[in-house]
Ligand binder design. Structure first.
Ligand code: GTP
Ligand code: MG
Length: 203
C-alpha cells in the first residue's frame, strides 16, 4: 500500500488555500473559488534514500491535502484539523497586508491545538502579483516564529511542488511519516475512501 502523507492548508480568508490545493492535486487554476472544508488526494513518486526491490530508489506517496476553510461556519472544526495535522502550510497573500498581519494569530491557534511535533511552513501566495509586504518583514516574522518560508503562486504554478516535496522529506527526516502510517485508524474517515486520486469527502 502507498504511504500516506497529510498536509493541511490554513490562513486568513482568500489567501488562496483552495487554489493551492487544486493546483497541487489537479494542476488546474480557476478564479474565484469557494469550496468548504474537504480533502483531496494525489499520488506521486518521491526519491528515497533506501533502495527497494520493486521500485529502486522511488516510493509511491499518497498526499492527502486538507483545505481548512477560514469561513466562520467552520470555526469549530479547525481545532480538530490542527490536532490531527503534522504538516501545516500557513498561507498569506503577498499582495494583501492584512493577511500577513493575521499570520501570528493563525500561528497561535495552530500551536494551541496541534501536537508539539507538528511542522508549520509559511507560504506567501500570489507571488505573480505586486508584493505589498517587504522581504525584511517576512524574514523578521519567520525568525520570530522559527519557521521556513516559501514564495508560491497557484495561478502561475510557482514553488508549490517544491514546497510539498520539501515537507515530505523534512517529515521523513523527523520520522513523522511512520507515525502517521502506523496510526491509520485514529481518525473518523475511512482510508479506503482515499484510494482514488482526486476529491474526497470527509465522513
Ligand atoms: N493572482 C493570484 N490570485 C490567486 C492565487 N491564488 C488564488 N488566487 C485568487 O484569490 C482568490 C481566493 O482564492 P481561494 O483559493 O478561494 O482562497 P481561500 O484561501 O481558499 O479562501 P477561503 O476558503 O474563502 O478562505 C480567488 O479569486 C483566486 O482566484 C494566485 O496565486 N495568484
Ligand atoms: Mg477556500
Amino acid at each position: 500500500m502507498d504511504e500516506i502523507f497529510d498536509v493541511s492548508l490554513t490562513g486568513h480568508y482568500c489567501v488562496g488555500k483552495t487554489a493551492v490545493a487544486r493546483r497541487f492535486v489537479n494542476n488546474v487554476y480557476d478564479d474565484g473559488l469557494y469550496i468548504p472544508l474537504e480533502f483531496s488526494c494525489k499520488t506521486i513518486e518521491v526519491e528515497t534514500q533506501h533502495e527497494s526491490q520493486d521500485n529502486g530508489n522511488k516510493k509511491r506517496v499518497r498526499f492527502r491535502v486538507w483545505d481548512i476553510s477560514s469561513n466562520y461556519g467552520f470555526r469549530d472544526t479547525r481545532p480538530l484539523q490542527y490536532k490531527r495535522s503534522h504538516n501545516i502550510i500557513l498561507l498569506f497573500d503577498l499582495s494583501n497586508v492584512s493577511s500577513f498581519e493575521h499570520v501570528p494569530i493563525v500561528y497561535r491557534d495552530i500551536k494551541k491545538y496541534s501536537s508539539s511535533d507538528t511542522i508549520v511552513y509559511l507560504a506567501g501566495n500570489k507571488c505573480d502579483m505586486h508584493a505589498a509586504i517587504s522581504k525584511r518583514e517576512i524574514y523578521n516574522l519567520c525568525s520570530a516564529l522559527g519557521i521556513k518560508y516559501y514564495e508560491i503562486s497557484a495561478k502561475d504554478n510557482i514553488g508549490i511542488d517544491v514546497l510539498f516535496n520539501d515537507m515530505y522529506h523534512e517529515a521523513t527526516k523527523r520520522d513523522l511519516t511512520n507515525k502517521l502510517n502506523n496510526n491509520k485508524n485514529q481518525y473518523s474517515y475511512k482510508l479506503e475512501d482515499t484510494k482514488t486520486d482526486g476529491k474526497c469527502t470527509m465522513l
